[in-house]
Design a protein around this ligand. Structure first.
Ligand code: PHE
Length: 382
């Protein structure tokens, strides 16, 4: 004891007194810590207790000057005191941190159920709008959406679709070719139609298949109703016992839903595509009203005419076989529809080139509200 006094370390009496001194110190510190109002106040308390010149630090230092007996008696008490206070500091810090986070979160909260306070800027392009409308209509009929690359090889774009190299249809497509071939020696090109997605789908998934494939296609062609890039939606159904009746019903149901009227008149004209047999082109009747084309009525009389909208047919057996399926088991139909033309006919635009000018006045006039998503229940073109 005397030894310790001589060195100027805190003197703590033995027995009961020693215990109560530590307990009193712990109680005081713990109360101060619990009452600390912010992180700065808490840090100040930490320094007072555990800092270099802190009270508990001094007690720990005093252990070195004690006799072995004293150290054995007091060491555990001092260490327990340090641990208790360290834990109390950590607990208070966690509480203060959590409270600070709560305040921050409350300040940053956004009520997602409130209407946007400013009118949304920009608009949905009519091509995107029509694609969304088609997706909604076909989803309701059980079609999934499939996609494929816009940079294709000539096997998927032509050969697998029963258009061999010497076939005149290759020339008909005004194809944009890339200068190089791919790793398999196939010529690379910008796809001229969405039909290669038929091939990719049949090769990658087991029938029954019901998909639509919307996307961009490219042909070296340009005038008021043709642009070098335009949009198609491909449709493909592969199952057992599929026939032309299914095709006709599907297209009729789709066009009635799309134009939102029941008096649509369709004309199926015999046609030719190498990948369908038999093939049919589908026209829809319209009349001219105040310079606009309005869908409805029969064509060819009383000011009515037909607009060619899509190509279709029963999938050629050779195409089914090219994809590794047995054409005696699986049959199907396919169609390809021009999205830009569908938009022109429904929304009354007369020049396709304006679709891609990015003219803000055109977009403001023909664009669609970003928040009005087409749904069958809420209205397809709301
Ligand atoms: N791919 C054809 C075209 O672009 C359209 C089509 C698709 C025809 C599917 C029949 C079947 O002209």
């Amino acid at each position: 004891m005397e030894h310790a006094v001589a060195r100027g370390v805190p003197v703590i009496a033995a027995g009961q007194t020693m215990m109560s001194n530590y307990q009193a110190m712990q109680a005081r510190l713990a109360a101060d810590i619990a009452a600390a109002e912010d992180l700065d106040a808490l840090e100040a308390l930490r320094v007072i207790a555990l800092g270099k010149a802190g009270s508990i630090t001094a007690l720990l230092k005093s252990l070195g000057a004690m006799t072995p007996d004293e150290r054995q008696a007091q060491g555990p008490q001092i260490h327990a005191l340090r641990e208790t206070i360290t834990a109390a500091l950590a607990e208070r810090k966690a509480a203060l941190d959590a409270a600070a986070l709560d305040i921050k979160l409350a300040a940053e909260a956004i009520d997602m159920t409130l209407p946007a306070d400013a009118a949304p800027k920009g608009s949905v392009h009519s091509v995107s709008q029509v694609m969304d409308e088609l997706t909604e209509i076909f989803a309701d009929m059980g079609f999934a959406v499939a996609t494929g690359p816009e940079i294709e090889d000539d096997w998927h774009n032509f050969t697998a679709l029963n258009i061999p190299e010497t076939h005149p249809a290759r020339a008909m497509h005004d194809t944009f070719y890339f200068p190089d071939v791919d790793a398999e020696g196939r010529a690379m090109l910008l796809r001229t139609h969405t039909s290669p997605v038929q091939i990719r789908t049949m090769m990658n998934q087991e029938p029954p298949i019901r998909i639509i494939a919307p996307g961009r296609v490219y042909r070296s062609d340009s005038d008021a109703t043709h642009t070098p890039m335009f949009h198609q939606v491909e449709g493909l159904v592969i199952d057992r016992g599929i026939h032309m009746g299914h095709l006709k019903w599907t297209l009729e149901t789709f066009l009635k839903a799309y134009f939102e009227r029941d008096d649509i008149v369709l004309r199926l004209r015999p046609s030719y595509f190498p990948f369908t047999e038999p093939s049919a082109e589908v026209d829809v009747g319209y009349k001219q009203e105040k310079g606009r084309r309005i869908v409805g009525g029969h064509g060819d009389d009383d000011g009515h005419a037909w607009m060619e909208l899509l190509g279709s047919g029963m999938v050629n057996r050779r195409v089914i076989a090219n994809c590794g399926l047995d054409p005696d088991v699986w049959q199907g139909f396919a169609f390809g529809v021009g999205v830009d033309r569908l938009a022109m006919l429904k929304y009354g635009m007369d020049d396709l080139r304006a679709f891609f000018d990015g003219d803000l006045r055109w977009l403001a006039h023909y664009g669609f509200g970003a928040l009005s998503v087409p749904t069958l229940s809420g209205g397809i073109s709301a």
